[in-house]
Design a protein around this ligand. Structure first.
Ligand code: DX5
Ligand code: ZN
Length: 218
């Protein structure tokens, strides 16, 4: 049975960078709900990807919202610039930000939807004071920095605890799972309470992307 409550955000990290235009159109034709866009600065994470100018270019052609995940060491300074460049959802790391509440509020004031990413080694208690202010929690189920890594199974407990916490408080925060989402892991991720799935390799690396999208949604 198709579960339409599960949203799919293909990660362009796994797309062919020589053909970004064709790649994002393909994701849209396969029913993607958002484009996930991984910004890495070579400091907060060892890898380096892309920044503001490319987000602005994508915004011009994308027909669905941009979900911009900034893996950078200075989100307090840079997050708003990404919203201004075209990020619809702006996900910053709880480990990197200093003034979480202020940052979430200013993202909203700038017209963006605030989200927080949480690393595998970071406790959920770090979200306690800001959960109400967020649209999405991006649960990292691999260590950030690279696509194609193995799903960290103990993250399932964290997803479940987050789902319980959100329900207990009567909130409607989206639980987005990022890293190692694929055919083998997706059922347990959905069962744990995820409502939005980021998929890099499992979508862009699939031979039949339409089929992959269908399967990931369940
Ligand atoms: C990793 C990124 C992910 C990455 C996921 O730091 O945040 O969004 O693109 O890639 P897969 O789906 O291949 O694990
Ligand atoms: Zn990501």
């Amino acid at each position: 049975m198709t579960n339409h409550s599960i949203e799919l955000a293909p990660s362009i990290l796994a797309a062919d960078p020589m053909n970004f235009m064709k790649e994002i159109q393909d994701a849209e034709n396969c029913g993607a709900d958002l484009h996930h866009f991984d910004v890495m600065d070579g400091h907060f994470v060892p890898n380096l990807t892309y920044g503001l100018p490319l987000v602005a270019k994508f915004k011009k052609v994308a027909k669905i919202p941009l979900d911009v995940h900034i893996m950078i060491q200075n989100p307090d300074e840079m997050a708003i610039k990404y919203v201004e460049a075209g990020a619809d959802v702006l996900v910053f790391h709880v480990e990197a930000a200093r003034h979480h509440h202020m940052l979430a509020t200013s993202i909203r004031n700038a017209g963006g939807r605030p989200g927080v990413a949480i690393n595998p080694g970071t406790s959920l208690s770090n979200l306690d004071a800001i959960l109400e202010d967020l649209e999405v929690v991006n649960v990292m189920t691999v260590n950030p920095g690279f696509g194609g890594q193995k799903f960290i199974t103990s993250s399932l407990r964290k997803i479940e605890s987050l789902a319980n916490l959100i329900a207990k408080r009567g909130l409607s925060v989206v639980i987005q799972v990022d890293g190692g989402v694929n055919v083998e892991t997706v059922a347990s991720i959905r069962n744990a309470g995820a409502t939005r799935l980021v998929a890099g390799t499992a979508f862009y690396g699939a031979e039949d992307r339409m089929q992959a999208a269908k399967m990931l949604r369940g």
